[in-house]
Design a protein around this ligand. Structure first.
Ligand code: DPP
Ligand code: ZN
Length: 856
């Protein structure tokens, strides 16, 4: 397979201002007639080339006239039609087989519903078309289907006509007035019921809202509906962006590669990001639903009104939209806790990517399969880039920049460069060096050292940066790194130099602070201003001080995390271990009455085993597990009374969903975990009671997780009960698989292997596959079992899944790419599995690219 390069971009030869699509829908065999107007774009002699994949071509017409086979050319990827003149009408008729479409790209069937997924290159699996985001087209869509099986027919825009057909069929015609790239096309046909509502925009236009699900799921749609209305209001209020059509539809389906898709006015969602009620969804699920509903809605401006010129610019819409949904979520509850969550996610998914063989810039230079670039780098690091511009420009100028960007590029396909230029022009800030963030991959490493001169009451801050070599980028230039910085007084614990933005732009830089009233302690990269790995050479006492006193909640959390990580790494490395500073810091935070409960819960949680592993040159999974468990047990035992008290204080409330209540449940879950670690006799009973009497899924799942990690005899019964209770609810059953796949017990690998033969396991459903096999790949201890059987298990599944759904298969692969970070035996076994995958028959481009780069 060959690579597509960013530098090879050239504008389309032919534009398609209009298309009329006519679907004769049947899951077994669907006919698609496409009539498009094509217009020559600038002067050239190129024929019309239309992308197509897996289509059975039945007919081609040019300007109304049927063409013979010799008049056009067809290969695996393309239909080529010679055209003269500057404009023509081209018509094709193709046959597709939705029921056989297991890739879930193009038109497919999910639980009796016909639906589409076109981003990035799925439209070519529906009809022949120039499948690239810089071709913007007005769509008119007619569809006909059996009325009984498919009573609801939806597409983009508005339904302008409908009626009855022959033999029990009915039809509808939808028109979308806004030209759009084909990846935003959508169609749905099915037996669906709607939760309907309305939203009145600030200029007084009424928008009809509907969330379409199976009838039995209707009661689970109210949270998503509220999130949609909140998002619509938020985007008007914060970005001045109003909705631009008279209806907005969301459809939830059970089989979906992504979380959701922002098709113009017809969002299609993975049901896990729509359906929720107290009994079946956790607080984290509720938050994720609001975040994804907001994300897809925000795409209407950042993605749809202004789209991407080519797929190398994916972060233009994704980075900006993730930043927007993060801002939205921060506004819904505790901003500090939201920020901690963003960073946790970035560090769990993006930092390892940036440090491994699949590292790529936020704006990649090349790809073999674009589906492989829907990554944490493009999304989450991309969002951090937007956030840094927000920090450098300030909210006022950032908004001016966003306004200018929308004004300049509305209705067009733009680039990341266009976005940065708009920010620059609106604010007068020079972002020249900052642009390197788009082209250089790798997480910059920043060291910060503060030297205090008591005699002249001054201090010198020495900052330095290095950007590590990454695949294809051996040499790096210094980046422009914004760092919110303050100095705290060592005696008072108060800020003595107020927070301000320091720009690190050279390899090394010195900053002098004068007039210091007392010895200073450095607080830097507050609120995680820049996505860097910070080494500020602080001793445990200083970290403990900051974890108790830093006035920036993120920095406070960060100091505690660092203290915990260093303590665990000391133990792993065989250095003398002192748990006391961690225990004391946790005690102070846990018992601080002024702190928000949700914040306490985040702050006292130990870093994950994989995060600790990521900080080591060579990861030692067993030793990390042991050291972390030892610290957990010590924390549990030494602070047993405090955990019991925190548990009791956060218990006994009837379920409600609001930030205060979710904070209490979060702390309760964390406290239960530590009570379990304390070895208190009552722990199994406490967990079992919570499991059995919970009036909501957050508490029940938290107890199940503790039980699933335990060696207690109560474990088996709890897992059985959970299964019996929820066996008919696919989304909850996913949690059951996941709790076992994430268990830190010794026998997890064996139990995951057994679960993969469970009658409810299915490799075809991406959610189920991810809940078992995906979760297992992220379980450092189990996946890296010294036998190598974890590697073999994952590789077997990647090969099996690749034959069904290459996109989803390829996303399971990254854990194997970490082989350089493990000892020789493990590394060799991981490489052997990658090689076995590469030797697989009929390997997809998706898996080929990930496996070959991972070996590289
Ligand atoms: N559906 C994916 C997202 O919203 C791709 N656009 O991020
Ligand atoms: Zn998105």
């Amino acid at each position: 397979p060959s690579a597509t390069l960013r530098e090879d971009y050239s504008p389309p030869d032919w534009l398609v201002p209009e298309i009329a699509l006519d679907f004769s829908l049947d899951p077994a065999r669907t006919l698609v007639r496409a009539r498009m107007t094509v217009v020559r774009h600038e002067a050239h002699d190129e024929p019309l080339r239309l992308d197509g994949e897996g289509l059975k071509l039945l007919e081609v017409r040019r300007n109304g006239e049927k063409l013979d086979d010799g008049d056009w050319m067809l290969d695996d990827e393309r239909l080529t039609i010679p055209l003269t003149g500057s404009e023509a009408t081209v018509e094709t008729l193709v046959e597709i087989l939705p029921e056989k479409n297991s890739q879930l790209m193009g038109l497919y069937a999910s639980g009796g519903i016909l639906c589409t997924q076109c981003e990035a290159e799925g439209f070519r699996r529906i009809t022949f078309f120039p499948d690239r985001p810089d071709v913007l087209t007005r769509y008119s869509v007619r569809m006909e289907a059996d009325r009984k099986r498919f009573p609801v027919l939806l597409s983009n825009g508005d339904c302008v006509e409908s009626g009855d057909g022959e033999n029990g069929a009915h039809w509808a015609r939808w028109e979308d007035p806004w030209p759009k790239p084909c990846y935003l096309f959508a169609l749905v046909a099915g037996d669906l019921s709607a939760n309907r509502d309305t939203f009145v925009t600030r200029s007084g236009k009424e928008v009809a809202l509907a969330i379409w699900v199976r009838e039995a799921d209707l009661p689970k749609t109210s949270h998503a509906m509220q999130a949609l209305k909140d998002s619509m209001a938020w985007d008007e209020h914060v970005y001045g962006r109003e909705y631009d059509l008279s209806q907005f539809n969301i459809v939830a389906v059970s089989d979906f590669n992504f979380g959701a898709m922002e098709n113009k006015s017809l969002n299609i969602f993975n049901s896990r990001y729509i359906l929720a009620d107290a009994e079946t969804a956790t607080d984290a699920d509720f938050e994720a639903i609001a975040g994804v509903v907001a994300h897809e809605y925000f795409h209407n401006w950042s993605g749809n009104r202004v789209t991407c010129r080519d797929w190398f610019q994916l972060s233009l819409k994704e980075g900006f939209t993730v930043f927007r949904d993060q801002q939205f979520s921060a506004d819904q509850g505790s901003a500090a806790v939201a920020r901690i969550g963003d960073v946790r996610m970035l560090r769990a998914a993006q930092f390892p990517e940036d440090a491994g063989p699949l590292a790529h810039p936020v704006r990649p230079e090349s790809y073999i399969e674009i589906s492989n670039f829907y990554t944490a780098t493009v999304y989450n690091k991309g969002a951090e880039l937007i956030r840094m511009m927000h920090a450098m420009l300030g909210p006022h100028d950032f908004r001016k920049g966003a306004d200018l960007y929308f004004e300049r590029h509305d209705g067009t396909a733009a680039t990341c460069e266009d976005f940065v230029t708009a920010m620059e022009d609106a604010s007068g800030t020079d972002l020249g060096q900052f642009r390197l963030w788009y082209s250089q991959s790798g997480t910059p490493k920043v060291t910060a050292k503060l030297d205090y001169e008591a005699e002249d009451a001054s201090a010198v801050l020495t900052l330095s940066q290095t950007v590590p070599a990454t695949p294809g980028q051996p040499e790096k230039k210094p980046m422009a790194i914004p760092l919110k910085t303050a100095l705290l007084g060592e005696r008072s614990g108060r800020p003595i130099v107020a927070e301000h933005l320091v720009m690190l732009t050279d390899n090394e830089q010195e900053i002098v602070f004068e007039g210091l009233r007392e010895p200073p302690v450095l607080s830097i990269n507050r609120d995680f201003t820049a996505p860097v790995a910070m080494d500020s050479e602080k001793d445990p006492a200083t970290l403990a001080f900051l974890s108790a006193h830093d006035d920036d909640p993120f920095a406070r959390y960060e100091a505690m995390q660092q203290l915990m990580v260093e303590t665990i790494i000391d133990a792993v490395s065989g250095r003398p271990v002192d748990h006391d500073p961690v225990i004391e810091a946790v005690r102070q935070t846990l018992t601080d009455p002024d702190l928000d409960k949700a914040f306490i819960a985040e702050a006292v949680l130990l870093p994950s085993e994989s995060f600790v592993g990521d900080q080591m040159l060579i990861v030692e999974p067993e030793a990390i597990h042991r050291a972390r468990e030892a610290l957990r047990d010590d924390l549990g035992e030494t602070l047993a009374e405090d955990w019991r008290a925190a548990y009791a204080a956060s218990s006994g409330n009837a379920y409600t969903y609001n930030p205060a209540a979710t904070g209490l449940r979060r702390l309760r879950a964390v406290a239960l975990g530590y009570v379990a670690a304390s070895g208190l006799d009552e722990a199994p009973q406490l967990a079992t009671d919570q499991f059995e009497s919970a009036d909501n899924m957050t508490d029940r799942q938290a107890a199940l997780a503790v039980l699933a990690n335990s060696e207690w005899p109560e474990r088996t019964g709890a897992l059985e009960q959970f299964y019996d209770r929820y066996r008919n609810d696919a989304l909850v059953l996913d949690k059951w698989f996941m709790a076992q796949a994430l268990s830190t017990r010794e026998d997890t690998l064996a139990s995951v292997e057994a679960l993969s033969r469970h009658p409810d396991f299915s490799i075809d459903n991406p959610n189920r596959l991810r809940s078992l096999v995906g979760a297992f790949g992220s379980n450092q201890r189990a996946f890296h079992a010294a036998s190598g059987h974890g590697y073999r298990f994952l590789a077997d599944f990647i090969l099996k899944a690749d034959a069904i759904n290459p996109q989803t298969a390829a996303r399971l692969l990254p854990p194997l790419g970490k082989w350089r970070r493990f000892d020789e035996e493990r590394g060799a076994m991981m490489r052997a599995e990658l090689e076995r995958i590469l030797a697989g028959p009929n390997l997809s481009k998706d898996v080929f690219e990930q496996a070959s780069k991972s070996l590289g």
